[in-house]
Design a protein around this ligand. Structure first.
Ligand code: RB5
Length: 142
């Protein structure tokens, strides 16, 4: 199960991502928002992060205008590792190295075609499991 959330700026891209997940046969839980009416991104970033950290959902995808505000918000939830990605290299590396559990994207930055490739890369790349990467991840939580 993939947790997905956005603010008003990310709503349209979130709808595209949901369609893409359905095409891939993946289930999602949508934490909102539900329209392009103005909302506050921290609410939705934190809801997705809590769902992932609790184990309700395996991974999360969060979207705002830049991807910045919603990723900062998600990362305030202990155990969340939200990575803002605008390219496939970063999406692959953050799974391999950081075991990122949430993908953040900026709908005003990244077009839908590239965004779907980033989603696929993020979801399809496993954590490397290498000791040095696990050690560093453990240090994040301190
Ligand atoms: C909303 O206008 C915008 O500030 C928000 O989507 C995001 O980019 C914040 O980081």
């Amino acid at each position: 199960m993939i947790a997905i959330g956005c603010d008003h700026a990310g709503f349209e891209l979130k709808e595209d991502v949901k369609k893409h997940l359905v095409e891939r046969g993946l289930d999602y839980k949508d934490f909102g928002c539900n329209s392009t009416s103005s909302v506050d991104y921290p609410e939705f970033g934190k809801k997705v992060a809590k769902s992932v950290v609790s184990g309700e959902c395996e991974k999360g995808i969060i979207i705002c205008g830049t991807g910045i505000g919603i990723s900062i918000s998600a990362n305030k939830v202990k155990g969340a590792r939200a990575a803002l990605c605008g390219d496939c290299f970063s999406a692959e590396a953050t799974r391999l190295h950081n075991d990122a559990n949430i993908l953040a994207m900026g709908a005003r930055v990244t077009g839908p075609g590239l965004a779907m490739k980033i989603v696929d890369t993020f979801l399809d790349t496993p954590f490397s499991g290498e000791e040095r990467h696990q050690r560093r991840i453990d240090m994040i939580e301190g």
